[in-house]
Design a protein around this ligand. Structure first.
Ligand code: FES
Length: 113
């Protein structure tokens, strides 16, 4: 009998909405080589917490530019940022107005009518 070991990664996600005290939630996610941070966030929404607010559109095509967040303190597209089998911290963009969790208002003032 062959034993299959499942590796896990931890995503530490900053949660909260404007007017709330932000907090960090840790999620254990099955890890496979080549996974993106967005793959892990989508897995969390499907399997652990459907209330986690994230934004994406094109999924791994790096075309829509809507999935940006801070990944370990750096601005990244979560769809191309590679997940590592350690702790990865994901936070909303710090210079954009927060909507909830990882979703920020990314529209420029000219685009808001
Ligand atoms: S999901 Fe479209 S650029 Fe990341």
């Amino acid at each position: 009998m062959t034993e299959v070991s499942i590796r896990t990664a931890t995503l530490r996600v900053r949660r909260g909405a404007p007017g709330e005290a932000p907090h960090y939630a840790d999620f254990a996610v099955p890890y496979e080589d080549g996974m993106s941070v967005l793959d892990a966030l989508r897995w969390i929404r499907v399997h652990l917490d459907s209330t986690l607010a994230i934004r994406y559109s094109c999924i791994n095509a790096n075309a829509c530019k809507t999935c940006m967040a801070l990944v370990n303190g750096e601005v990244e597209y979560t769809c191309i940022a590679k997940l590592t089998p350690e702790v990865t911290t994901v936070e909303p963009l710090p210079k954009r107005p927060l909507i909830r969790d990882l979703v920020t208002d990314i529209l420029s003032d000219e685009e808001k009518l």
